[in-house]
Design a binder for this molecule. Structure first.
Ligand SMILES: [Zn+2]
Ligand SMILES: [Zn+2]
Length: 418
């Protein structure tokens, strides 16, 4: 299944954790340690509902960087320079000829069709009734709000993969190698995914899965216990990844050969776009009523209750569901630092308190001092008369002293600074 570097080894850790990857030698920053194709993957359903277009098989973005950023900033005329930095190839996109699902290439469409899409293609829907798999997605969206950590379609794709396989036993075995305990040290896994009323919700999802995908040879996955262990499998082994066409464009812009002035101009432009995206995602959330489950205040709409009702109307939040996310996330998730080459605890600390942050504090402190120190009516012996501009090294000593105060006790605070 997986191609991995000979300098690592897969070992079984224990029943709870399952398999883990162990380094057999040191790595350099940027080394590819492990590359693996997912057995199944699926776009988060809210992410899809927001209009993020992705290949239904490999999740590659299908919008161009320009379309992506136009949508996110709500600036339909925006023109993105350096189009060569956009990685989306629109001319290669294809659709399933039977349903509306899109792919980045013929190859992805073919592979999806061969693996699971024959079973999952929703073109067979008759009349006005929604296809059971569409109902399943609606139900999941109502139970699992952003920030999303899993999709019920992973389970649908697992089942469909086995249903379509020539060797069903072998295909089912592939999935059975993963951890699928319904409980971990941190509690019930389906509970964590679905919130408090998980029992009724799991049962509702199971009924919809049975309606859409029941299979004689796979009855063990459709029982109440079997289905919960599938949810646990997805909850334990699933992994969220995120890319956006605009994010890829920004990254690719790094390798452009630009003059310092052009680089500055581009940086300012990119920053202004990110600011606009943030502003836009806030305002679209405020107006998007569909997104939040409503609490109806109609039952007790008596005049005495008027004040209460109006309050309830302006904060329509479903208390039974996890808090919905307010931002469309467009960054690249995951660790940005290579921790395998770090040996000194100080280096970890510096990942958080970077030079950039320190310099920012230095600049702002000095500006504040210049603007305000002479406004204070300081006494003759005040320390403010001895003020001189601070610098990053002085700040490092300051933070170190603060941290040490937690470890070393002295009779008075003043003694730490003597
Ligand atoms: Zn693809
Ligand atoms: Zn289809």
């Amino acid at each position: 299944m997986a191609d991995y570097h000979p300098r690592v080894e897969v070992r079984v850790i224990d029943d709870e954790k399952g398999k883990g990857l162990f380094a057999l030698s040191k790595f350099n920053k940027g080394d590819v340690i492990f590359e693996e194709r997912p057995l199944v993957c699926a776009q988060f359903l809210w992410n899809q509902a927001y209009g993020y277009l992705a290949c239904d098989y490999c999740m590659r973005p299908l919008e161009t960087a320009e379309e992506n950023v136009r949508r996110l900033t709500d600036m339909p005329d925006l023109v993105l320079p350096y189009p060569e930095c956009c990685a989306t190839r629109k001319d290669e996109c294809v659709e399933c000829p039977y349903c509306e699902v899109s792919y980045c290439s013929y190859s992805c469409r073919e592979q999806a069709w061969e693996q699971y899409h024959q079973v999952l293609c929703t073109s067979s829907s008759v009349g006005n009734t929604r296809h059971p798999l569409d109902q399943l997605q609606d139900a999941w969206r109502k139970m699992h709000y952003p920030p999303e950590t899993a999709s019920i379609m992973l389970i649908a794709r697992m089942i469909a993969t086995v249903k379509q396989a020539k060797d069903k036993g072998g295909a089912a075995h592939l999935f059975s190698q993963f951890c699928h305990k319904t409980r971990s040290k941190n509690g019930d896994i389906s509970h964590k995914l679905l919130g408090k009323q998980f029992q009724a919700q799991v049962e509702h999802l199971r009924q919809l899965i049975i309606k859409g995908l029941q299979d004689e040879d796979l009855l063990q996955w459709f029982t109440a216990d079997g289905f919960r262990s599938l949810i646990a499998l997805v909850g334990t082994n699933g992994q969220g990844i995120g890319t956006s066409a605009f994010g890829v464009w920004v990254k690719n812009c790094d390798s452009l050969d630009l003059s310092p002035e052009e680089q500055d101009k581009l940086n300012i432009f990119i920053r202004s776009l990110y600011e606009q995206i943030e502003k836009e995602s806030l305002s679209s959330f405020e107006s998007d009523e569909d997104f939040v489950h409503c609490i109806s205040s109609s039952e007790d709409d008596s005049s005495d209750e008027e004040g209460f009702s109006s309050v309830r109307q302006c904060c329509k939040i479903d208390l039974s569901s996890p808090t919905p996310s307010r931002f469309s996330f467009i960054g690249d998730v995951g660790m940005k630092a290579c921790v395998t080459i770090i040996s000194d605890p100080l280096e970890y600390f510096e990942l958080f308190l970077t030079d950039e942050i320190l310099n920012h504090i230095v600049t702002e402190t000095n500006i504040f001092a210049a603007e305000n120190l002479n406004k204070f009516k300081s006494k003759g012996h005040s320390r403010t008369h001895h003020w001189s501009e601070t610098n990053a090294n002085e700040l490092r000593v300051f933070f170190a002293t603060l941290i040490l105060q937690g470890l070393i006790t002295k009779p008075t605070v003043r003694m730490f600074w003597s």
